[in-house]
Ligand binder design. Structure first.
Ligand SMILES: Nc1nc2c(c(=O)[nH]1)N[C@H]1C(S)=C(S)[C@@H](COP(=O)(O)OP(=O)(O)OC[C@H]3O[C@@H](n4cnc5c(=O)[nH]c(N)nc54)[C@H](O)[C@@H]3O)O[C@H]1N2
Ligand SMILES: Nc1nc2c(c(=O)[nH]1)N[C@H]1C(S)=C(S)[C@@H](COP(=O)(O)OP(=O)(O)OC[C@H]3O[C@@H](n4cnc5c(=O)[nH]c(N)nc54)[C@H](O)[C@@H]3O)O[C@H]1N2
Ligand SMILES: [Mo]
Length: 766
């Protein structure tokens, strides 16, 4: 069997900075992907695994939520970072009971998240009881009993919170929320609360459904694609192929970003022969916007579109669409006409020429798509910003027509599916009623905790049990010190995980680690191989089948864990057929078909060639199920982020060598950062103006006005192309800087992309 030694921990003194790359992907991406894969899993397992990523009879890539093409699939339908995601999971390194006997919690809590993740796959259920210094093995039955006893001992089911990360498959997600609601709470925080919650909130209000309205085929039909607040070269690399194809059909692509992200600016498709030789520039235009300036940009463009309509009446505003399908147009028009373009220039850092050029493209476009990700959602005014983007499309009649629409590009591979299956602290009454009808249970109706509220509850002693279905709650959430104390306050923390992470070493008085199968692992129940299903960013649902032999016979599937726990918790008389669900996942899908809208005949449809597409009324029929029965123009007051004197505004983002809190390696190749992660990217003129020099070691202090000093130390200053007054640094190292109460209005999403900071010279302490 192939095994390689885990890597040693990060030594930031080895950090190197080189010039950022001008083109993404290409041959280098292929070699990096293969090297990582072979290192983790050996040649044979690499070949077996990578050949099945995103193929019709293979497994869904555990990387991002970008859809697979509907037509011919290429033999390698994955990217460098997908291959890293697979290698990370399919590694042959293991974390065994011997490992835990050797390393105390105290020791492990001194290690970086990178080191923890590199140790390998978890192999056995482990427990840490009050006063223990080390985790020790526990049987599955004892683990379930411990959880069930603790849950039953609570004063109220609302004292427990059940988190979900977006890798969980539909079948698990459906059963997990069923367990939680049967238990009696809606406390279902999920990673989406920190991710696209702002998109969902805005889109439900504007068009009546919180999902994107385009399909992958629309990309080839669009003539204008705006990519705002997103770094696809790193986080959705296969999207670059779709953008490349759109360009081949004549589309123009505009990147709106404070950073000149590699890939948008240059791209070599590793999957085509041409990719090995030349490359193309994806973005025809790059608007280097200031952090938090997008709302101003979209409003400025709105104003310019009305002015263009004045110059050539009947050519810009899609009157027929506006009259037939929308509400609130008059107020929106009034608001836009009052926009002050001088303020827009100040807020965005863009010139009048930039605005005019973009408005002209919008006015002339016959089919426009607007894509976005965390750069828009993780802002105080993220919801309003997305509404403004949607306003522009509504004005031009760009929803529910080929080649046009809204495209929030999701993060985790099944984060959208989890929501469809009921993972939400405030599912609508129709869903809860259907659930109750199907199973004869009574779901609670009071809304539960989202992620931020769950942390507040645990901090204040109102939350006593935390269960994590995947993810790394402690590292993914803001205000690390507060969150860690909140988790430590719990009576019991339970993590269903594939790999070791910080949420295992920052724990409640009693803690459990339940090791589970991943996407790539074969899942057999009662001797029969099972399949699960997932939904991508464009509402396509399809099956995923793992084929690898699990690294330990102690691993249980997430479905099995939920079903076994439910039987322990509820006893044999419970109306939900948990044992039957565990034996045959088709039975779960039959129940999903009865409960979840759009899922009728799920088992048959999901086995279709490309799976099936969930209904989307605006996309399918220009039907808008909003409070007005029409698409709503939103009228918002303008907000933007002036930079206080002597301060910077910091965004926290991903390197090219990580998956959220999972650090694959220390090489952010595209941005020229190597062998380390503690860097702050700042405009060189700001570095000088603030009295520093490039390469200085600094401490970063965030200022929220609540009297708390939030600080991270020993970061290297790197001069980088970003607007004056803006800075960037990696997450999760900078999460201690993000105040828990610094949240987006209406979506309660932590504001990870706009933290006011000041820098101080770092003083070495021995
Ligand atoms: N390899 C890999 N793939 C991933 C992930 C990963 O960690 N690694 N994570 C997955 C997940 S869960 C998600 S949510 C997605 C995240 O995908 P992205 O949203 O692309 O991720 P971030 O690294 O947070 O990058 C945010 C981008 O927005 C820009 N930005 C920041 N603030 C602003 C702003 O105010 N305005 C504008 N216009 N732009 C701004 C940043 O410069 C950056 O390019 O990727 C998914 N895919
Ligand atoms: N500052 C800052 N904070 C952020 C963000 C940001 O941009 N800036 N982004 C936010 C976003 S968009 C998101 S989505 C969240 C991510 O938050 P999470 O989803 O909670 O975090 P991940 O790092 O994706 O979780 C990784 C862990 O999941 C477990 N895991 C992996 N695969 C599986 C599986 O198949 N099953 C199970 N049970 N476990 C598995 C492994 O143990 C691994 O350690 O972070 C948010 N936090
Ligand atoms: Mo995400």
């Amino acid at each position: 069997m192939h095994r390689s030694a885990p890597k040693s921990d990060i030594d930031e003194s080895k950090l190197e900075v080189t010039a950022p790359k001008t083109a993404a992907a290409g041959v280098k991406a292929v070699t990096v992907a293969l090297e990582r894969a072979v290192e983790e899993m050996g040649v044979a397992r690499t070949a077996r695994t990578l050949a099945r990523v995103n193929q019709r009879h293979g497994f869904d890539c555990p990387g991002c939520a970008w859809p697979e093409p509907t037509g011919r699939r290429r033999p390698a339908e994955f990217c460098e970072n997908g291959a890293k995601a697979v290698a990370e999971e399919a590694t042959l390194r293991t974390v065994t009971p011997e490992f835990f006997a050797e390393h105390s919690i105290d020791e492990l809590s001194g290690k970086s998240g990178y080191w923890l993740g590199q140790q390998g796959r978890l192999t056995h259920p482990m427990v840490l009881r009050e006063g223990d210094t080390h985790y020790s093995p526990i049987t599955w039955d004892d683990a379930y009993r411990l959880i069930a006893d603790t849950l039953r001992g609570l004063d109220s089911p609302d004292e427990a919170a059940f988190y979900t990360s977006g890798r969980t498959a539909n079948e698990t997600a459906f059963l997990y929320q069923l367990l939680v609601r049967s238990f009696g709470t809606n406390n279902l925080p999920d990673c989406s609360n920190m991710c696209h919650e702002s998109s969902g909130t805005a889109l439900v209000s504007s068009i009546g459904i919180g999902k994107g309205s385009v399909t992958i085929d629309d990309f080839a039909r669009a003539d204008l694609i705006i990519v705002a607040g997103q770094n696809p070269g790193t986080n959705h690399p296969r999207m670059l192929s779709a953008l490349g194809e759109a360009k081949a059909h004549g589309a123009k692509v505009i990147a709106v970003n404070p950073l000149p992200e590699t890939g948008l600016i240059g791209f070599k498709d590793p999957q085509t022969v041409k990719g090995f030789t030349g490359g193309i520039t994806i973005a025809d235009d790059f608007l280097q916007i200031r952090l938090g300036g997008d709302m101003a940009l979209f409003q400025g463009l709105g104003k310019l579109l009305f002015e263009a309509e004045d110059r050539a009446p009947g050519t810009v505003v899609d009157r027929a669409f506006v009259d037939a399908h929308t509400a609130g147009f008059a107020e929106y028009e009034k608001q836009m006409r009052a926009v002050d373009l001088a303020v827009v220039e100040q807020a965005t850092g863009l010139t009048r020429e930039d605005l005019d050029r973009t408005a002209k493209l919008l006015a002339e476009s016959k089919s426009t798509i607007i894509c976005w990700a965390m750069g828009l959602t993780q802002q105080v005014h993220g919801v309003a910003t997305i509404e403004e983007a949607t306003n522009l499309l509504l004005l031009r009649g760009m929803i529910g027509k080929p080649g046009a629409g809204v495209c929030p590009v999701r993060g985790h591979s099944n984060v959208q599916g989890d929501r469809t299956m009921g993972i939400w602290e405030k599912m609508p009454e129709t869903f809860l009623a259907a659930l109750d009808r199907e199973f004869g249970i009574t779901s609670p109706r009071e809304h539960g905790f989202d992620t931020v509220d769950a942390i507040r509850a645990m901090r204040d002693g109102r939350g006593k049990v935390f269960v994590g279905m995947g993810g790394n709650f402690v590292s993914a959430t803001p205000d690390t010190e507060v969150t860690e104390a909140a988790l430590r306050n719990c009576e019991l923390t339970v993590q269903v995980s594939t790999k070791l992470n910080r949420s295992h070493v920052v724990h409640g008085r009693t803690a459990l680690i339940l090791p589970t199968l991943g996407r790539t692992d074969e899942d057999t129940q009662g001797g029969v191989r099972q399949q699960v299903s997932v939904e991508d960013s464009m509402s396509m649902v399809h099956l995923s089948t793992g084929r690898l032999t699990p690294v330990s016979d102690q691993l249980r599937s997430e479905v099995a864990i939920v079903c076994e726990l439910a039987q322990e918790l509820f006893g044999p008389e419970h109306p939900v057929p948990w044992a039957e669900f565990q034996r045959d996942y088709d039975k779960i899908r039959d129940a999903i078909a009865n409960v979840v809208p759009g899922c009728a005949d799920y088992n048959a449809k999901v086995r279709g060639r490309n799976g099936f597409q969930l209904p989307h009324p605006p996309r399918d029929a220009r039907e808008f199920r909003t409070d007005t029965g029409k698409a709503n123009f939103a009228a918002n007051d303008l907000h933007w982020l002036p930079v206080p004197e002597g301060r910077l505004i910091l965004q926290t983002l991903r390197s090219h060598d990580q998956y959220n809190t999972t650090i694959y390696g220390l090489d952010d190749r595209y941005r020229g950062i190597h062998n380390g992660r503690r860097v702050v990217l700042v405009n060189p003129e700001d570095i000088t103006a603030l009295g520093f020099a490039e390469d200085d070691l600094v401490d970063v202090i965030s200022e929220f006005g609540d009297g708390v000093e939030r600080k991270v130390t020993g970061f290297r200053l790197v001069g980088y192309s970003t607007p004056r007054g803006n800075a960037a640094a990696y997450y999760p190292e900078t999460n201690p800087l993000i105040p828990l109460d610094h949240v987006a209005l209406r979506s309660n999403t932590p504001v990870s992309k706009a933290v006011t900071i000041r820098l101080e010279h770092h003083v070495h302490t021995a």
